[in-house]
Design a protein around this ligand. Sequence first.
Ligand SMILES: *Cc1c(COP(=O)(O)O)cnc(C)c1O
Length: 446
Amino acid sequence: MNLVEKDLKYIWHPCSQMKDYEQLKPIIIDHGKGVYLYDQAGKEYMDIVSSWWCNLLGHSNAKINEAIKAQLDRLEHVIFANFSHEPAILLCEQLMEIIPKGLTKFNFSDNGSAAVECALKMSFQYQYQTGHEKKTKFMCLSEGYHGETIGALSVGSMDLYAKIYKPMLMDTIHVEAPDCYRCSYGKFRDSCNAECFEHAEKAFAEHADETCAMIVEPLLQGSAGMRIYPALYLKKLRALCNQYRVILIADEIATGFGRTGKMFAFDHAGVSPDIMCLSKGLTGGYMPMAITITTDEIYNAFYADYNEGKAFMHSHTYSGNPLGCSAALVVQKILREDRIIEKAALRAEYLHNQLNEALLDHQHIGEIRHLGLVNAMELVIDKRTKEEYDSQLRLGYQVYKKALEKGLILRPLGNVLYFNPPLIINEAEIDKAVSICAESIKEVIG
Ligand SMILES: *Cc1c(COP(=O)(O)O)cnc(C)c1O
C-alpha cells in the first residue's frame, strides 16, 4: 500500500465528505518553504489560504524553526498550574505592547475553539460573581463562526456547521449581521453609517437583561465568505455593550496579527473589547496555541480567598505549552524587526489591483472585497442582480480542483474564492497566484 491508500484506510479528514476523496485523493505534503508546499513527487502548491489562515510568515521559516529547536532542548512542557516558564512570561510582556488598551491578563489554551469556550465561561462567571446572575445568555452575529466545540458552535450561526447539532446547543441570541455586498439599506461603503446596527440595538433593548456577553468576529466574518463590515459597527457596539453592561468578546483568531492590515481588527475602530481570543497566526501557524486575554476588572471578580469559590477552575493539559510560546515569541520579534505588517500593506494594494485587473469585469464575479491581504471573490450567476449559484453545483469546489492541478490551493468557502496568504508573499508570487486563479475560473465557468 502506498501512503495515499494508507491515508484513506485510516484517516478521517476534517471538514470533509470522505467520499469526495475517491475523486480527489489526499495530497501528501512532504515539505514546505515560504508560501509553497511540495508533495512527494515534488509538485509545488502555493498556499494562498495560509493553511487555514494560520501560517503567517511562510512555511519552514528559519527563525521560527530555530527558536522551537532551541526551546525543545530546554523544556518541552510543564504543568502550568503553579508553574511557569520564561517564554510564556516574555510573550505576555511582548503582547502587552501591541494589544488593545485595557487588556492585561492572559489565559492560555491550545486551539481557537478552546479560547472561545474560555471567553464564554469567563464572561458568564464574571456576571454571576458581580451580582448579575440573570445574565446567562450569549449574543452573536448571524453567519458568525467561532469554532466547532459545543459552546463555540452555539455562538456560531452557520447552518453548514451547526444545524444538525441544534438540540445539543445553548440557546443564544442571533443578531442579523452587516451584509455590505447585499446591503438592504442600499448604502455603499462610503455612504454607510452602519444603519444595520439597528438590529443590534433592537436585540439589546429586548435581551440585554439576560445577556452576559456578545461575541463578534471583528470586521471580517471569515467562514461566512470573508464578509467585511465597517469599523464604525464595532465602535457602536462598544458603546452599546457599555450601556447595557454586556461583555464584548473579540474573536480575533482569524483577524489577529496583521491579517486586516493593522495588528488587530479592533485597532481599526480605536476601541477595546473586554475579552480577546487569539490563536491561528499567534505561533505563525506552527503550534496549536491560543490565548484569551481580558481586563483587570474581569480578573478581579475572580480574585478572592480560595474558600469563597470564585476561582476560574478552567484548564487544558497543554495550557501555556513552552514550544508554542517560544514560537509565538519569535513571531512577535519578526513582525516588529522586519516591519512585516507595514510592508504587507504595499503588497496588499498590489494584490487587490492585480485581482481587479484580471477579474473585476468578469460577469460571474460579483465583487472583489478586500481588507489587508484578504481578498474574496463571490461567484454569482449575474453581476447586476447578484443572484447566487445553487450551492449544490459546488462551483467554488470545481474551481478549487482546477486550481490545484495548476498548483494553487484556492480552497473556497461555498461560492466564495479567496486569497488570505502569508504576510510575506511577494509580487512575483502574487502575479502567479492571480493568473492561476483567473485561468481556473475561466476554464470552469467561462
Ligand atoms: C478558526 C477560527 C476559530 C476556531 O479555531 P480552531 O483552532 O479551529 O478551533 C474560531 N474563530 C474564528 C474567527 C476562526 O477563524
